[in-house]
Design a protein. Structure first.
Length: 230
């Protein structure tokens, strides 16, 4: 995943958040046509037994600076590789066990061989599996959340658009979403099926001028969901 996604305030996104059981009253959904690493994004976490919307910096590793907590750009941590999740000492090891989250997106962008592709769900928003962490600013005492999106080995259907990896797309199933969010109830050993490359919902792929400019430059292709996904 190259590091761009978009969030649109539309019925598809509202349907996803309602399915997650999120109350949109306390905190508005952050929307953007071009979300980039280190931006503040909306994530869904489990808090006091309820799914809630929270702000998080899209960069898992932060560091204390004179200006406060900032992304530690010595390490690229906007994505977390699934094959590192069970490596002790890795950036995502503890978060995978205690702080999983869902990143609701309308679509994401992949790039390959100088070309960019906007990938979206057909008639629905996408729940991406992610990790989050909490940091305390040593000067102000402010609690800051950070997050990353888990990436998997590439799916054969997506190899023409990005041959290195794909984001973890969770099936559109509230039971699956609960499994992902409820870290205390569902240990990591119960999630192995979700960490296999799968396309659990039909996708559209549209060539665009570049990752940060979502202007179509070719015909949209359609990818069917995997029959056994979820």
């Amino acid at each position: 995943m190259c590091g761009r996604f978009n969030v649109t305030d539309d019925p598809f996104m509202h349907g996803l958040l309602q399915g997650l059981g999120v109350d949109l009253g306390p905190l508005p959904l952050r929307t953007s046509d071009d979300v980039a690493p280190t931006d503040t994004v909306s994530i869904v976490i489990e808090q006091d037994g309820h799914p809630v919307l929270n702000d998080a910096l899209w960069w898992l590793l932060l560091e204390q600076t004179p200006q406060g907590l900032r992304p530690n750009t010595r390490y690229a941590s906007f994505n977390t590789r699934s094959d590192k999740l069970n490596t002790p000492g890795s950036a995502g090891f503890n978060a995978f066990r205690t702080h999983r989250c869902i990143v609701p997106v309308s679509g994401f962008v992949e790039t390959q061989n100088g070309k960019a592709y906007a990938i979206a769900g057909q008639g629905e928003a996408i729940a991406l599996g992610g990790l989050c962490r909490e940091w305390v600013d040593s000067d102000s005492g402010e609690v800051v959340r950070s997050c990353s999106i888990i990436t998997l080995a590439p799916h054969p259907k997506l190899v023409p658009f990005h041959a290195k990896s794909m984001p973890l797309i969770l099936p559109s199933d509230p039971v699956v979403w609960q499994r992902w969010l409820r870290c205390g109830e569902y240990p990591v050993q119960t999630l192995n099926d979700l960490l296999q490359p799968q396309i659990p919902l039909p996708l559209s792929v549209t060539p665009i001028e570049k990752a940060s400019l979502r202007i179509p430059s070719g015909e949209t292709l359609f990818i069917a969901a995997d029959l056994l996904a979820g």
